[in-house]
Design a protein around this ligand. Sequence first.
Ligand code: 13P
Length: 255
Amino acid sequence: MKKDVRKAVIAGNWKMNKTPSEAKALIEEMKPLVKDATCDVVLCVPFVDIYAAVEAAKGSNIKIGAENVHFKESGAYTGEVSADMLKEAGVEYVVIGHSERRTYFAETDQTVNLRTLAALKAGLKPIICVGETLEQRELGYTETLLKFQTKMALTNVPAEAMKDIIIAYEPVWAIGTGVTATDDQADEGNGFVRAAIEEKYGKDVAEATTVQYGGSMNAGNAEGLLSKVNVDGGLIGGASLKAPDFATIVAAASK
Ligand code: 13P
């Protein structure tokens, strides 16, 4: 982390876990454990948990995010949720282009970009996920792919908006597998993302952009990962469902 030039952000991604009452209980448990954080603390929760989560987090340093957003402002898109709806519900951040959405729900680089533009327009902060599969890594495409995904996601995003954007490097092979990238692999992947931002916006913007690592980050490995210069925080799945584990990661990012 380079905390003097960019913000450290630890975000939980609950995925399809926790009912509203369970969300409230987990946030109540987390609040006292993360209250002294010097990084930003975000919990991205299922749509139906948002109301309970925003209420539970009120008056604390925990900010609430969503896990997806549709790219149209309104209309006949049964089952979808717009950026304005999220904003009015008290949401500040939104995960966009998670690999699970790319894999299971046909998310493409183009829709990731459209969702990013819609989120920015509504005043939400996108957490854009990029990452290579194991096959792509073994074929030697990691740098090419990360740069391509990053630049595609940022199509038509003006430099001024980059202060509201987080990119999360999440190698697909490390998500939910217990296989974490090594500290150096995470640093390298995040570095490729930052290089893509520099190619598009220049060095100042690239140096100021928060780039998270995600993929089996946990209480035991967070400190090592976060010690790397290009790792400005984490996007945490499984470990964000356990208050003490999540709090340990927040504390590691607060050092
Ligand atoms: P895990 O931490 O469970 O591997 O999930 C990472 C992730 O996908 C966060 O978005």
